[in-house]
Ligand binder design. Structure first.
Ligand SMILES: [Zn+2]
Length: 67
């Protein structure tokens, strides 16, 4: 059986205020830090890594998993 796959971009980002890391999915940039709630209009978020990830759906079970 053939399953459908799609590539998504996952960015690892570091908050310059609390220095915790978080993740952004495709180009959906966060406006606030999920850890310390810093506003990214006022403070910087540094992209550490951008990664292509392949995800796919299993047609039989509906399960979405990383390829
Ligand atoms: Zn933060």
């Amino acid at each position: 059986m053939k399953n459908s796959t799609t590539a998504v971009e996952v960015c690892t980002v570091q908050c310059s205020v609390c220095e915790n890391k978080f993740y952004e999915f495709d180009d959906n940039d966060l406006t606030k830090c999920p850890h310390c709630n810093a506003d990214f209009i006022e403070v910087e978020a540094n992209v550490i890594k951008t990664e292509q990830m392949l995800i796919g759906i299993d047609y039989a079970t509906g399960e979405i998993r990383r390829q």
